[in-house]
Unconditional design. Sequence first.
Length: 97
Amino acid sequence: MQQFQNALAGFRISLEQSPVPAVSYSRARQTLPRWVLATAALALMVVAPVYWNARQQRAAEQSKTDELLLERVNAGLSRTVPPSMEPLMQLISKEEQ
């Protein structure tokens, strides 16, 4: 414990003898060069339509997938008997004829 206190005292003395110099910050406003802003604007004008088009295509594909799924569900619900009973129904309909 005494070694720790000695180390802290030594640190305190070294700070008192050579204080940390004050740091001055420049308050000047930093502006971006015009070519950087122009490049960013051009990139946005090119990327935005590409992104929008890709998003629309994904939405259209999802809509088609959803429509196919609903058709399959509707076909399954409109059956008169479950698929496992179809062979039996075919036998019954043959016997009736």
